[in-house]
Design a protein around this ligand. Structure first.
Ligand code: S3P
Length: 174
């Protein structure tokens, strides 16, 4: 049976953590950010995990965390790292854990939000705009396929987005 969790997926900068925290507050759920949990486990920032242990180590840690959440999570809004649905194995876990919602945003919106970012290894370095555009094109169909609901977020307030999620999931005040 599907557990009582809501999972937010989407590209870097789409608002998973901000929306997730506010949604959790509104539903009286717990909030979890998978990036933060992995940083706590490693005792260092994601950029350093990528640098010192490699991206593959980070990806394995993501899958291990989902394995644990499948057993333990209940009543949690989970904001995932932008690469989480790229592994099919992860998508299978996500569906066992809860309702998967894709926060979709235009690449222009995301580029603007990510322009001064210094934390995300995949949004750093030379040619970042072109690399992000290419990654976005590649990932968009994967997010769409992985999600039960695809929510267009451009031009919407956080509260508007939260209301839509509450309506879709049948939770909250509606
Ligand atoms: C990643 C997104 C990041 C973080 C890591 C890799 C990605 O999370 O997991 O830097 O592959 O898109 P956010 O989507 O929260 O920025």
């Amino acid at each position: 049976m599907k557990k009582n969790n809501i999972i937010l997926i989407g590209f870097m900068g789409c608002g998973k953590s901000t929306v997730g925290k506010k949604l959790a507050g509104s539903l009286h759920y717990e909030f979890m950010d998978t990036d933060t949990v992995i940083e706590e486990t490693y005792g260092k920032k994601i950029s350093r995990i990528f640098e010192e242990d490699g991206e593959e180590a980070f990806r394995k840690a993501e899958t291990r965390l989902l394995e644990r959440l499948e057993k333990e999570a209940d009543g949690v809004v989970i904001a995932t790292g932008g690469g989480m649905p790229m592994r099919e194995e992860n998508v299978r876990y996500l569906h066992k854990i809860g309702t998967v919602i894709f926060l979709k945003a235009k690449i222009e919106t995301l580029l603007e939000r990510l322009q001064n970012d210094t934390e995300r290894p995949l949004a750093a370095g030379e040619d970042r705009e072109q690399r992000l555009r290419t990654l976005y094109e590649k990932r968009l169909p994967i997010y769409e396929k992985a999600a039960e609901v695809c929510l267009d977020t451009d031009g919407k307030s956080f509260y508007g987005i939260i209301e839509e999620i509450e309506r879709y999931t049948g939770k909250g005040k509606n």
